[in-house]
Design a protein around this ligand. Structure first.
Ligand code: GRG
Length: 291
């Protein structure tokens, strides 16, 4: 079982790397420094969790996962743009990400802003040009835009900034992270269902799974900021000490319980699908991840 999991995960990750590696590779463009900055962060070796979720949900709904690779690449572009912008001096001001210097440390602040802008825009042109029926492409655009935009990830980032220096309630923290982190995970799972031609029930179940997985993912992220190893994480630890996090609100022991509960809820939502061994192992691994 474990071997099968590793084999499938690595097939997905390799296909995503190949698809991403083909992007922004045109050396003849005069703005090649922008392309270089975009590729610097995009190809820096993230875990590719969101693309993997797109591909696996497509397969679970009866689709050919390779045909969802453009959608998988698009969500990784949006995710990478958010990391580049989040690391900027005007936001979290971080020096390391994905095991290397942050984009603005290498290319300067203005170029980093534009690299993020370029990735966000390219995500939508990648979906528009994908080899899929027009109604599928439109539904995928709607989903990704709603989850990444002002009601989702960008909105969550604003609420997070506005909450700095204040003590937030559990409900407020939950709302922030369901937008900031959870929304893109919801987008990944539901884009996969759309790509695979899933039913309305499968769409609802994928959303339920993703909401719990996204919350568990963020709780683990907050725990790793306290417990983790900077080398393994590829970014600084103890960067969130002054922030509202699940650890600062609940403490590590309660976070562990909360993490288990959300992981169990995510696993329960998978009952709506057959052949969920891969996703079950992935969900469990994410709950105990070290990076
Ligand atoms: C600046 C528009 C804008 C949004 C920022 C996603 C985000 C919102 C900020 C990134 C900082 C952060 C720690 C967010 C929480 C979500 C999260 C855990 C991101 C890291 O995702 P991983 O672990 O990273 O999947 P890799 O590098 O593996 O892809």
């Amino acid at each position: 079982m474990e071997k099968t999991f590793e084999t499938i995960l690595s097939a997905y990750q390799q296909a995503v790397e190949m698809r991403l590696n083909a992007c922004f590779a045109d050396e003849t463009q005069p703005q090649r420094r922008l392309f270089e900055a975009m590729r610097y962060s995009l190809l820096a070796g993230g875990k590719r969790i969101r693309p993997v979720l797109v591909l696996e949900f497509c397969r679970l709904c009866g689709g050919e996962w390779k045909r969802a690779l453009d959608f998988a690449a698009a969500i990784e572009m949006v995710h990478t743009y958010s990391l580049i912008h989040d690391d900027l001096p005007c936001m979290d001001d971080d020096d390391y990400r994905r095991g290397r210097l942050t984009n603005h440390k290498v290319y300067g602040e203005a170029q980093a802003v534009l690299a993020g802008d370029g990735l966000l825009t390219a995500a939508f042109s990648t979906i528009a040009r994908a080899d899929a029926p027009a109604e599928v492409r439109v539904a995928v655009v709607k989903t990704l835009a709603a989850c990444a935009g002002e009601l989702g990830m960008v909105g969550g980032q604003v609420l997070d900034m506005e909450g700095e220096g204040k003590t937030l309630t559990g409900r407020e923290l939950l709302d922030i992270h369901s937008r900031k982190t959870g929304a893109l995970i919801v987008a990944a799972c539901t884009m996969g269902v759309i790509a695979g031609g899933g039913t309305a029930d499968q769409l609802a179940a994928a959303e339920e799974y993703a909401k719990s997985l996204g919350l568990a993912f963020q709780i683990r992220d907050d725990m790793l900021d306290v417990l983790g190893d900077a080398e393994k994480l590829g970014k600084s630890v103890h960067a969130d000490v002054k922030k509202n996090t699940f650890v600062s609100l609940y403490g590590l022991a309660q976070c562990e319980t909360y993490l288990r509960r959300e992981t169990d809820k995510a696993l329960a939502a998978l009952e709506a699908f057959d052949d969920t061994d891969f996703l079950r192992t992935l969900t469990a691994r994410l709950a105990s991840r070290e990076n």
